[in-house]
Structure formats: structure tokens, C-alpha cells
Design a protein around this ligand. Structure first.
Ligand code: GDP
Ligand code: MG
Length: 437
């Protein structure tokens, strides 16, 4: 599925120091293929990957974050944008508020009508009236009645009347007369787009002038869902989309494409046949679902919050000039501690992750290290090379550790300093200097 494919594609970037045109191209190819596999429209997938590419290449890579994780974040944010950014609620103001369902047969209109009535009644204190306007199939009216009974919501229907426009108008009158504040009009669909159906639903819309016209679509129909959405929107200019049958691991691609093609918000998703299987649509959650990587995304966000970009720059300069000292080391440790979840984050911090690589990392792991650094004089912290034998002895007793502990820390510090310097030099030498012997 899409999330697995994307995850796999990000592995390509794993272990690479920075985002370049070349490693981005590889990943984007995979991202595009994944989107297409998930039934995202070709043009949209292409536009999407182009935007992601531009963002990735123009990005100042945070020292704290691996490029692979950065890409996840960029794709995640872009998915959210593509799906409209924020949640858009349905409009249930109006007296009564009229909500009209549209969509193909089998898309889930009747089921959703029941789910929505149930939600408005139990969660928002509304008094809905369900209206059966699918006059062609007696079973459809019966289906709505059964649902209404289950949730204790009245169902308006007219035996023998086969004019859905009149039924809808009468239902709104009935709602006014009986103090119902929301009218949910369930309509007939066809198996495919059909002129008669379109005329009928357009006529109902014109007659009752609903607060909300909702287009219900089966997420499992993939690419077809997009075409259907476009035709219905051209005709009805609907207000929102309901994506049904998004149960289990149904591909989420339809959500992306539909939103882009019709520029209308997805308002709810149906996640099962039961009446409770209804979720408010949140672009962010859908992006999480599509990526299946919520944890990484929040990890990156955490790191971004905590790392002042300026700090990072300064640090880079110091590393390059070989001026990285124990004060920097200490502030890096404090950064890690601020973020919590040390095991995951330590590896992101230049130097520190390496220095602590043999330690079983938890909060206590830093205690000895911090104690040793605090026992150094400010001068010693600035210039670690001052720390000779007698100073080591003093620092050990001051910090309640042993000389071996102090020696180990100094050695680790030297090693990571060397490594950082190598890394920062490496970047500048690329493609220029021949290898030195
Ligand atoms: P309508 O023709 O548009 O009114 O569609 P229905 O509401 O009758 O739904 C068609 C079929 O899809 C029924 O068997 C429903 O139980 C099923 N269905 C509707 N919504 C969902 C959903 O979110 N998940 C699943 N798994 N099935 C659904
Ligand atoms: Mg129906």
C-alpha cells in the first residue's frame, strides 16, 4: 500500500548526509509510483512530486534531522496542503438546516444518512428528520426506515408518490411543523452517471435550496471516483465530499485526487458498515494514515521546535574551526534532555550521539557526563586541551567520578570532535580535491 511504498522509498535516503538532486530524484520516483499505485491521478501525482522536490532542494537541512526524515516531513506537509489544510465542518445552521445527499448507487448515501443523523442527534443535540427520496426501489425506503428505527430518528416517506422533488419539499414543511432542526434528504443513485439522475438531483437541489449538498463516493473505486466527483460537481456545485468504505487498508489515494480535482473539502469518512463507523475528516490524520509514519513526523517536529536554526549554524562554524568545546557539548546534552525520548533523539545530535553510542542511553546516562563537565572550570570547558593529569584528578573528585570516567569522557569528546570536523570538511571537498594519502 501507499504508506509502505513511501516508507520504503525513504529508506533510499537513509544514511545520506544531505538532500541532493540525485538522492531526491530516486526517492521522488518511488513516491510518484506509490501515489499512482494508490490511485492518485497521474497529473496530480506529478505535480505533487514536483512541489515536494522544490521544497526539499530549497530546504536548509537542520543539523538535527536526517534528510530521510526531512523528506517525510515535507511529503506529509504537502499531503495536508493537498487535502485542504484544515478540517471543514458541515453547515447545520438554518431552520431547519437541509442536507442533500448525492452520489452513485452503492456509494453509501443511505448508510451515511443514517450515520450522520445519529451523529447529529447524539453528539450535537440536534433533532434530525431523515427523508426517503429514492422512490425507484421500495427496498431503499425500507433500508432507511430500518436505520431510522435503530437510532431513534423519524423517517419521512410518501407511499405512492414517485416525485422526489415534491417529497423533499413536503419533508421540509413537515420538519418545520414538528420542530426538526436538520433535514437529511437521501436520494436515488444510478450505477453510472446518467442524465436522468443528474436532472433529478439538480431539480431537488433547486427546489429545497439545501444548506449542504454532499457528494458521497466509494473510496474503493479509485480513479473512477475522481471522474464521478468531477461530473457531479460540474452539475451540482456541491459543498463537500463524503468518502466511504475507507475501512482497514483501503487506498487513500481517492482523498488526494478528489480534493485536488474538485477543490471541495472532504467532510467525513465512512470506515465501516456499522452506524458508528463515521469519522470527521482531518487532512492531517489522513496524511498520517497515508504515510503511516505519525511517529517520525512528530519526532521531526519536536526536533525542529527545540533546535534554534541559528544555534545550529553557530555550532557548525565552531565545528569547522575546531572550536567545539565542553560548553557546546553541555548545551547539546541539555537540548537532548529538553526533547525527551532520548534514545530516539540522541543520534540526531552532532557529536553527542557518537560520544554516547556505547552507553545505554536514558536520563541517568547524562548525569555522570554532566557532573564531570560542571566540575571543570569555565576555562577548561573552553579549552579542553588544558585538562592535564592533575586537573583530571581534581575534576574526578569534584564530580564524584573516577579518573577513568573523566579520561573516557575526554577521549569520547576528542573522537566526536574529530569526526564532526571530518564530516564538515567532507562537504566542502566533494568533487574537488583528490583523496589524500
Ligand atoms: P447507496 O446506494 O448510495 O444508498 O449505498 P448504501 O448506503 O446502500 O451502501 C451500499 C453498501 O455499502 C451497503 O452494503 C453498505 O453497508 C455499504 N457501506 C456503506 N458505507 C460503508 C463504509 O463506510 N464501509 C463499508 N465497509 N461499507 C459501507
Ligand atoms: Mg440508498
Amino acid at each position: 500500500n501507499l504508506s509502505e511504498r513511501l516508507e520504503k522509498s525513504f529508506k533510499i535516503l537513509k544514511g545520506q548526509g544531505k538532500i541532493t538532486e540525485i538522492n531526491v530524484a530516486e526517492t521522488l520516483k518511488e513516491v510518484r509510483r506509490s501515489l499512482l499505485d494508490a490511485d492518485v491521478n497521474y497529473k496530480i501525482a506529478k505535480e505533487f512530486t514536483n512541489t515536494v522536490k522544490e521544497k526539499a532542494l530549497g530546504m536548509n537541512v537542520l543539523t538535527a534531522v536526517k534528510p530521510g526524515q526531512m523528506m517525510v516531513k515535507i511529503v506529509h506537509d504537502e499531503l495536508i496542503q493537498l487535502m485542504g489544510g484544515t478540517h471543514v465542518d458541515i453547515n447545520i445552521k438554518g431552520n431547519p438546516a437541509v442536507i442533500l445527499m448525492s452520489g452513485l448507487q452503492g456509494s453509501g448515501k443511505t448508510t451515511f444518512s443514517g450515520k450522520l443523523a445519529n451523529l447529529l442527534k447524539t453528539k450535537r443535540g440536534k433533532h434530525p428528520l431523515l427523508v426517503a427520496c429514492d422512490v425507484y426501489r421500495p427496498a431503499a425506503i425500507e433500508q432507511l426506515k430500518v436505520l431510522g428505527e435503530q437510532i431513534g430518528v423519524p423517517v419521512y416517506s410518501e407511499e405512492g408518490n414517485n416525485d422526489p422533488v415534491k417529497i423533499a419539499l413536503n419533508a421540509v414543511k413537515e420538519a418545520r411543523a414538528t420542530g426538526k432542526d436538520v433535514v437529511i434528504v437521501d436520494t436515488a443513485g444510478r450505477l453510472a452517471i446518467d442524465e436522468q439522475m443528474m436532472n433529478e438531483i439538480a431539480a431537488i437541489k433547486k427546489a429545497i435550496d439545501p444548506e449542504e449538498t454532499l457528494f458521497v463516493v466509494d473510496a474503493m473505486t479509485g480513479q473512477d471516483a475522481v471522474n464521478t466527483a468531477k461530473e457531479f460537481n460540474d452539475r451540482l456545485n456541491f459543498d463537500g465530499v463524503i468518502l466511504t468504505k475507507l475501512d482497514g487498508d483501503t487506498r487513500g489515494g481517492a482523498a488526494l485526487s478528489i480534493r485536488t480535482v474538485v477543490s471541495k473539502p472532504i467532510k467525513f469518512v465512512g470506515t465501516g458498515e456499522k452506524l458508528e463507523a463515521l469519522d470527521v475528516f482531518h487532512p492531517e490524520r489522513m496524511a498520517d494514515r497515508i504515510l503511516g509514519m505519525g511517529d517520525i513526523v512528530s519526532l521531526v517536529e519536536k526536533a525542529q521546535e527545540q533546535f534554534d536554526a541559528e544555534e545550529a549554524k553557530k555550532l557548525q562554524k565552531k565545528i569547522a574551526k575546531n572550536q567545539f568545546n565542553f560548553n557546546d557539548f553541555l548545551s547539546q546534552i541539555q537540548q537532548i534532555k529538553k526533547m525527551g525520548n532520548i534514545k530516539d533523539l540522541a543520534s540526531m545530535i552532532p557529536g553527542v550521539g557518537k560520544a554516547l553510542k556505547d552507553v545505554d542511553i536514558d536520563d541517568d546516562a547524562f548525569k555522570g557526563v554532566e557532573a564531570i563537565i560542571y566540575s571543570m572550570t569555565p576555562e577548561e570547558r573552553e579549552n579542553p586541551e588544558l585538562i592535564n593529569g592533575s586537573r583530571r584528578k581534581r575534576i574526578a573528585s569534584g564530580s564524584g567520578t573516577t579518573i577513568q570516567d573523566v579520561n573516557r569522557l575526554l577521549k569520547q569528546f576528542d573522537e566526536s570532535k574529530k569526526m564532526m570536523r571530518m564530516l564538515s570538511k567532507g562537504g566542502k571537498m566533494m568533487g574537488k580535491a583528490p583523496m589524500k594519502r
